[in-house]
Ligand binder design. Sequence first.
Ligand code: UDP
Ligand code: MG
Length: 320
Amino acid sequence: MWIWTVKKISIVVPCYNEQEALPLFYQAITQVAGEMAPVEFEFLLVNDGSRDNTLQVMRTLHQKDARVRYVSFSRNFGKEAAIYAGLEHARGDYVAIMDADLQDPPALLKEMYRGIIEEGFDCVATRRVDRKGEPPIRSFFARCFYKLINKISRADIVDGARDYRLMTRQVVDAILQLKEYNRFSKGIFGWVGFQTKWLEYENVERAAGETKWSFWKLFLYSLDGIIAFSTAPLAIASIAGVLFCFLAMVLALFFFVKTLVWGDPVPGYPSMIIIILFIGGIQLLCTGIVGQYLSKTYLETKKRPIYLVKETEEQPDEQE
Ligand code: UDP
Ligand code: MG
């Protein structure tokens, strides 16, 4: 017997202080949803501890449209946690992750859906082909980061990849199996594998509100990415150690022969100081790297939850 079921797409939207952008986003996404009928939709808004009226906006949208669901955190847990919560709460056959600021064009969704339904991909992801409107220094460091991490990690991390992607239930379940506390989505998506189709588009500027990422925050985030998906930095200590031993032997031989032949009384106080400082520096650096991995391991062993929920559309906060 042929049973024709209507498929449902869940749109997961991490939101942090997006009171201005959310209504615009809702308007844009419902329009696309209308064009994609009979496919059903669910909009899962995750409030990541916003300090503005984002939660009120979510409540209002839910009252207006039952397809809007929301999960509200007890504090700001970060975008990675919000994505995880969204994937956990999503009930659709397909799940898309989309930013609230319309930097991820909702209109692409149709093409993404076609990629899965007609071309048989498990996942359709997007990447920006340019970094228009971004400070040049930031783009430069971003490029360096992607080159470096792809050299030292086995997860395939694509330059310019956005978190904007549509996935089948199978891929979502695979991602949910990675319960690590230090989450680096770009790495996790690459790590789980599956057939991924890449769509490219030009950078779009934020519709409203402002970016939550400072240069420093991005820098720390990139370090987290390296530590989460590569153990190569740990090898620096061993490699430096071997190199220095070798250098020491060569120098010892050199000075031994030199003294035998010329009988030099060896002055060289400055060079000594430089060498001591240099090697001391390398040692501290290596200890620091080990410390970084240790701290991440420490946090993982605590097995703290990735996020805490204060309110959802099914359990509204009665006290307010
Ligand atoms: N975001 C979040 N928690 C945070 C920071 C950001 O949920 O701690 C959300 C934010 O609301 C937006 C998305 O993550 O929907 C991307 O953030 P943003 O636009 O500031 O980053 P950018 O596009 O500048 O990289
Ligand atoms: Mg943005």
